[in-house]
Design a protein around this ligand. Sequence first.
Ligand SMILES: [Zn+2]
Length: 168
Amino acid sequence: MARKEIRIVDDSCDACIEIGQDERAVDVIRVGAMVYHLCQTHHEKFATYFADLFKKAHQEPEPDPRPTVVITGNIRGYTAEEAREAAGRLGYRVTGHVDADTELIICGTRPASHKVREAEEHGTPVLDATGPRTFGRCIAAGKFTPSGALPKTQRKITTAPARSAQAV
Ligand SMILES: [Zn+2]
């Protein structure tokens, strides 16, 4: 946070000197090793300028309003690029990772197991797009509607299932 400081400055305004004028400085700004003396007019000008810069520095980036989907695995009749483009044309943002904001995971054949696990963790709605026309029908309908379930991940070699099996 900017601090208030009262200074008595006995010098000429550096900004005024630049334009061939001489005005008594009432303030000093220091940026690194540089010190600038400023008259009242220039003090106000720079204060506004800096306030603006700080505001900009703290502004959150505009959130993207588009719903996000993750497409994984092979979608019959589409290359990965075509599938992404088709989803983009419907107004979806296609991302590479499932997170809490992901609206839908679209699973083709042989989906990436880590993405399926991410979707399991987040309880992400699923569109099973392994059917021959599933993806195309959604594109024609203008939206993706969840249907089906996540495929079983095959390479899930962890000790967790074994342990829960013992517990049961
Ligand atoms: Zn000045």
